[in-house]
Design a protein around this ligand. Structure first.
Ligand SMILES: C=C1C[C@]23C[C@H]1CC[C@H]2[C@]1(C)CCC[C@@](C)(C(=O)O)[C@H]1[C@@H]3C(=O)O
Ligand SMILES: O=C(O)CCC(=O)C(=O)O
Ligand SMILES: [Fe+2]
Length: 376
């Protein structure tokens, strides 16, 4: 795996990095981005068109209107079979909850680096603060800072997000924990409704996916993209398909999310009242390849910092991810081997940096490790 030290050795650069972390306030001032952050030309092709992400009104479906539900299912089926991206409005999430989440994430990211490092991600863990993933990778570093934490709702007495903030950042971030606990609860609720409509759209029982996801541990990630003086050579998040199941993303008004559809990069215009939803690799496998997990990336900006809130819905870690027998029989062949989310997560955290070919390479890895493990 691509890992290693990213220290810049010149003594004048003491402020660059502490414990292997770049200081974003120093990075932002650089006229030329450090080589570790430069992406090869083929990754940097501009997006010149706007992506017409289907805009789906969830109001009738959420209110239980049968006719609207069938329409929504049709729109979702079309979007997911072609590129896997759509936007939802009238999603039932209070806009003030989204605003509060941005305010709280600003409070965290605006702190000096030494304060942010209190929450730094420990090797092998998914959770915490990461600056450019410099602790994991040594080239093609993403021009971003992230704060990731777990959400699960299987113990009402111990809310996972408030617990995370209390135990990592203490009293100063208690309000942040409360705001994100509420935000994640709303995302999980929306995610479970989207799982219902996805099931309907595939001709399955509407609760087909319920047991796989209700006890799962989802990933909440705050993405903070500092402004960059040389945006044409850097990327905020490199091109990838999400390995997770379903992503519910809110982006601020700056813009920077690009989708690769119709053989070209296209921009997704921000809408404050909408969530961008996309199918991840795990759902591609669950749908036997019918629903696409589409390549996307985040570009950076010379003048403005940008923020996004990504909620990644994930299955219960040790449950088998396999398409319904119904779909496989209708399709005639099964496209992917059975796996657990825990195996795919482990692959992306320890063996392979998620990109456009994660699912394909994971499948190969899984099959070869099975063969190796069964050899006498
Ligand atoms: C399971 C995950 C791995 C990543 C976070 C979630 C879902 C998306 C993945 C990611 C964002 C894809 C691009 C590369 C990555 C390393 C990143 O830039 O953050 C990926 C995440 C990760 O491995 O931490
Ligand atoms: O910030 C964005 O708009 C996209 C981020 C993303 O794709 C991710 O975190 O997986
Ligand atoms: Fe993504």
């Amino acid at each position: 795996m691509d890992s290693g030290l990213c220290l810049v050795s010149s003594p004048n650069h003491q402020n660059i990095v502490q414990n292997n972390f770049y200081d974003p306030s120093w990075l932002q001032k650089q006229r030329n981005v450090p080589m570790n952050f430069v992406w090869p030309k083929e990754y940097l092709v501009n997006a010149n068109e706007e992506f017409q992400a289907p805009l789906i009104d969830l109001d009738g479906f959420l209110k239980g209107n049968e006719e609207t539900t069938n329409n929504v299912a049709m729109l979702i089926s079309k979007a997911c079979s072609t590129h896997g991206f759509f936007q939802v409005i009238n999603h039932g999430v209070d806009l003030s909850l989204i605003g509060e989440a941005y305010d709280q994430m600003d409070a965290f990211f605006k702190q000096p680096i030494d304060k942010k490092l209190i929450a730094r991600k420990i090797k092998g863990s998914m959770w915490g603060y990461s600056g450019a993933h410099a602790d994991r990778f040594s080239s093609k570093l993403p021009w971003k800072e992230t704060l990731s934490f777990p959400f699960h709702d299987n113990n009402v007495f111990e809310p996972s997000v408030t617990n995370y903030f209390d135990s990592t950042l203490g009293e100063d971030f208690q309000q942040t924990g409360v705001a994100f606990q509420k935000y994640c609860e709303a995302m999980k609720k929306l995610g479970m409704k989207l799982m219902e409509i996805l099931a309907i759209s595939l001709g399955l029982d509407r609760f087909h996916f319920k047991s796989l996801f209700e006890d799962g541990c989802s990933i909440m990630r705050c993405n903070y993209y500092p402004s960059c003086q040389e945006p044409s050579v850097a990327l905020g998040t490199g091109p990838h398909c999400d390995p997770t199941t379903l992503t519910i993303l809110h982006q601020d008004q700056v813009g920077g999310l690009d989708v690769f559809a119709d053989q070209k990069w296209q921009t997704v215009r921000p809408r404050s009242d909408a969530f961008v939803v996309n199918i991840g690799d795990t759902f591609t496998a669950l749908s036997n390849g019918r629903y696409k997990s589409c390549l996307h990336r985040a570009v950076v900006n010379r003048y403005k910092e940008r923020r996004s809130l990504a909620f990644f819905l994930c299955p219960k870690e040790d449950k088998m991810v396999r398409p319904s027998q119904d779909i496989v029989s209708r399709d005639g062949t099964k496209q992917y081997p059975d796996f657990t989310w825990s195996q795919l997560l482990q692959f992306t955290q320890n063996h392979y940096r998620a990109d456009e070919a994660t699912l394909q390479n994971f499948t190969k890895w899984l099959l070869s490790s099975k063969i190796t493990n069964t050899l006498p």
